[in-house]
Design a protein around this ligand. Sequence first.
Ligand SMILES: Cc1ncc(C[n+]2csc(CCOP(=O)(O)OP(=O)(O)O)c2C)c(N)n1
Ligand code: SF4
Length: 348
Amino acid sequence: MATTTTPPAAPKLNRLGLPQADYRGSKTTLCAGCGHNAISERIVDACFEMGVDPVHFLKLSGIGCSSKTPAYFVGRSFGFNSVHGRMPSVATGAVLANRSMHALGVSGDGDTASIGLGQFIHLMRRNLRLVYIIEDNGVYGLTKGQFSATADIGSVQKSGVVNEMPPLDTCSLAILSGATFVARSFSGDKKQLLTILKAALAHNGTVMIDVISPCVTFNDHEGSTKSYKYVLDHEEALQEVSFVPYYEDIAIDYDPGTTADVEMHDGSHLRLRKLAHDFDPSNAQQALKVLGEAHTSGEVLTGVFYIDTKKPNFVQQLDLVDEPLAFLPLDQVRPPRSVLDEVMASLA
Ligand SMILES: Cc1ncc(C[n+]2csc(CCOP(=O)(O)OP(=O)(O)O)c2C)c(N)n1
Ligand code: SF4
C-alpha cells in the first residue's frame, strides 16, 4: 500500500532571508550546563531575529572559557580572539578602520574586572559602537576557579576558601565611566536576556551587559553567590523589558501609566514596564542608587539600568568620513610628499 509522507516544513527565514542555522557556529567545547553556553544560544537567537548581516558582523574576545564562545555563534562572520583583557583596544581599532562592522565582544569577569579593567573603563567612556558582554561567574573558570574581582565577600570556593575582598560592580563602574547602555541579566533567564540583546544590537554606542553565568564546574555549589540556586533565589527584575525593532509593525498594548518607551538611534523602541517602583532608565544617579541598594541587601538586580541614545558614538565624535577607512585608496589616506615637505619647511 502506498504511503504519503509530509515534506518537512521549510525553515523560518529572517528579514535577510537567512535561516537560524546560519547564525550558529561550531559545537561548544565548554562543560555541559555552563551558563556561557546559554548566552551563546541567546546571541544566536538575537542575531537571527534582528537580521544581523553575518558579512558585517565582527566577534571579539579576550581569554577565558567565556572568551572561547564567539566560536559558537554566527560562524560565517569575522572574529578576533585577542590577548587577556585587551579586547577593547582591538575592537576600537577594528571599528575605527571599518565603521560598517557590527561588533560584539565577549569577556569574562576575570578578563574585564582584573587584567582588563583599565581597557574596560576607557571603552565605556569612548562610546564605541560595540555590544560588550561580561559572562560573569565570579571565578576564573579556565584556570580552575580562583576568585575574580566580582566575587562577593563571603562567597566560598569549591575548595572551601572564603573570599574576603569586596566585589567590583561592573554595572556601576560602566555608568560612572560614561557608558550609554548598561544592563544585567542571568544566563538562565531566556526571555529577558534575549530582549536585552536585541535592544543592544540596535544601540548606537557601547552596550555593557553583565550576565550572571554560573560556572558549573568550579562555582555552582552552596556558598557561591553566582550559582544557579543562589541567583534563582535572589534575582529581582527591575522592570519587565520588551523591545520593538523598527522594521516590525507591532501593536502596543501596554498601560501608558506604567511604561517608559525609549527610542533607539535606529528608530526601534525599547519599552520598560515598571514593576515595583517608578524607574527611569535615563537617570544615571537613580541607576547607581538602585544598584547600591541591591548590593547592600544581597539581591541580584537585573534589567536595563541606564540608556542614553543621544550621545554620539566614538566614530561620530571623531567625525570620520562615511567611507570605511579600510576601503579608502592609499592616495586618500596618505598625504603626498609635498604635504610632508610643507610641514617640514614650516618647522625649519
Ligand atoms: C596575560 C595573561 N595572564 C594570565 C593568563 C591566565 N588566564 C587565562 S584565563 C584567565 C581568567 C579567566 O577568567 P574569566 O575571564 O572570568 O573567564 P572564565 O574562564 O571564567 O569564563 C587567566 C587569569 C593569561 N592567559 N594571560
Ligand atoms: S570551567 Fe566553568 S566557566 Fe569553564 S566551561 Fe566549565 S563550567 Fe564553564
